[in-house]
Ligand binder design. Structure first.
Ligand code: ADP
Ligand code: MG
Ligand code: MG
Length: 211
């Protein structure tokens, strides 16, 4: 499947579905080491995004769709994750602006820009027990897959798998950013909620290739 506006819309629609399906899980994770609203925050944002999908113009590009996600998340999510994901999608949109179809290099540029946007906004480093612990391995795995000559789907799969592993690897960490950082060692043994939602969004990108 070409990674064009049809795929981008499918990715966004699947993102909204998967966030809605995992709303309770995300909130349960956030209840353990945060304030118990990550599922609600994300579901509020992506429900709004889903209703706006139909308003995209017929000649919209993937970048236009990602920009719509960014502005919608920024205005509806609130919390720490709203501006962070909003910036991620805004930078991702900028990295592929004007492209009708995304190739492997576009995907790596898009994921890199998203990760860099989150870092610019939140100043987290790998190992701080944040969503960055999903995004940074995802970017690295995507770049490695591109360099190895893998196709677009394989690049997306590599990113999603690395994000899932990176998210699981937040369990033993002490948080150094966000609300969980107030807990010190009590955060150990709990998974960072934003890393889980990030991995879900990257998995949705893979699943959208077969829609
Ligand atoms: P809030 O903490 O304001 O209630 P959410 O619960 O929606 O917001 O989101 C919490 C998630 O945001 C965390 O699990 C973490 O992944 C992410 N996060 C928080 N602060 C930062 C930061 N400075 N950089 C990157 N991610 C962060
Ligand atoms: Mg929260
Ligand atoms: Mg909150």
């Amino acid at each position: 499947m070409a990674l064009d506006i049809t795929w981008t819309k499918a990715w966004i629609a699947r993102s909204a579905d998967v966030i809605s399906e995992h709303r309770t899980d995300l909130t349960t994770l956030d209840r353990a080491i945060g304030d118990g609203d990550h599922g609600e925050n994300m579901d509020r944002g992506f429900s709004a995004v889903a209703t706006k999908l139909a308003d995209l113009s017929a000649d919209a590009t993937p970048g236009d769709a990602l920009k719509m996600v960014a502005t919608t998340l920024i205005s509806t999510v609130g919390g720490a994750s709203g501006p962070l994901f909003g910036t991620a999608y805004l930078k991702a949109a900028g990295a592929v602006a004007g492209h009708e179809e995304l190739d492997g290099a576009d995907l790596v540029a898009m994921l890199t820009a998203a990760r860099d946007g989150i870092v610019l906004r939140g100043k987290a480093e790998p190992g701080d027990k944040t969503m960055i612990d999903a995004w940074t391995p995802a970017v690295e795995a995507a770049a490695t897959a591109l360099a190895a000559g893998k196709d677009e789907v394989a690049i997306l799969v590599a990113a999603a798998e690395a994000a899932e592993a990176g998210s699981a690897a937040t369990d033993p960490l002490v948080a150094r950013k966000g609300r969980a950082s107030y807990l010190g060692e009590r955060a150990i043994g709990h998974r960072d909620p934003g890393s889980v939602s990030s991995a879900l969004l990257l998995r949705a990108a893979v699943d959208a290739t077969t829609d």
